[in-house]
Design a protein around this ligand. Structure first.
Ligand SMILES: [Zn+2]
Length: 258
């Protein structure tokens, strides 16, 4: 196996060691990227995840072209990630408790939210309501899928109305914020959960410090847009190391059990 480099402290880590440490740097504790499939594997009971809505995928309905056609970007993202879009949803178990689960993957066009994500959130919230099981979503997103124009922005309204139905049905919803969670996802379903858990050091904001600095032409605090600042200000309920997220969700599931 190859040596990898920590993005934060730049120290070399063997791939084997990094994997066994759940992609947390053993030197500085930096929580590195985890794919949706690995996240499911480390969080849920063995072989309990059954994917729903796996035929849903994004379509280039605007024939959008920037550096390259959106249709080409989609094909490349699918090949690179082996995913249909930037979220996987399905039913699963955590310590024998049934849940409806959504897990975003940043490697698929920056976890950007297009119409396929909105539809998959709809599928998993419908399942959660039908089966009366808690909803758990892991977020990772750079914002809107601009290649889908206004349709991308409409997913904020769509996903919020899905979560509102979860609330009307008195079903618990836990969101786990991972690095980064920003833009349209942070402005919709990531910030309206009953409990918002974050991994340490996650960027969790609408616009990141660089964009805000450029816009207001003033410096911003060093912890601007971090989960740690969100915790101080009440936007985040708890910051939990990746090692303890499965246990924390299991405790919450028991606590909220009806
Ligand atoms: Zn490190």
């Amino acid at each position: 196996m190859n040596d990898l480099e920590c993005r934060n402290c730049k120290k070399k880590i063997s791939e084997e060691k990094f994997m066994s440490n759940l992609w947390i740097c053993p030197f500085c504790g930096y929580h590195s990227y985890v794919s949706a499939r690995d996240r499911i594997q480390i969080t849920t009971d063995d072989n309990s995840f059954v994917e729903l809505g796996n035929s849903i995928h994004s379509v280039d309905f605007l024939n959008f072209y920037d550096i390259k056609p959106y249709s080409t970007k989609l094909k490349e993202a699918k090949l690179k990630s082996s995913l249909e879009d930037a979220i996987m949803v399905g039913k699963a178990k955590i310590k024998n408790c049934n849940i409806a689960l959504g897990v975003m993957d940043f490697s698929f066009i920056g976890g950007s939210m297009g119409s396929a994500i909105g539809e998959k959130i709809k599928i998993i919230t419908d399942y959660s309501i039908e089966k009366k099981v808690p909803l758990v979503i892991f977020c990772a997103s750079g914002g809107a899928r601009m290649q889908e124009g206004a349709m991308s922005l409409m997913q904020m309204a769509k996903t919020v109305s899905c979560i509102n139905r979860i609330r009307e049905n008195k079903i618990p919803y836990f969101c786990i914020v991972t690095n980064p969670t920003s833009g349209g996802v942070s402005a919709s379903f990531a910030t309206i959960a009953d409990i918002i858990i974050s991994e340490p050091g996650a960027l969790f904001c609408f616009a990141g410090p660089r964009v805000v600095k450029q816009t207001i032409k003033k410096s911003v605090p060093s912890d601007f847009g971090t989960s740690e600042r969100g915790l101080k200000n009440g936007q985040v309920d708890i910051i939990v190391s990746r090692n303890d997220i499965r246990d924390t969700i299991a405790k919450l599931l028991k606590l909220f059990k009806r």
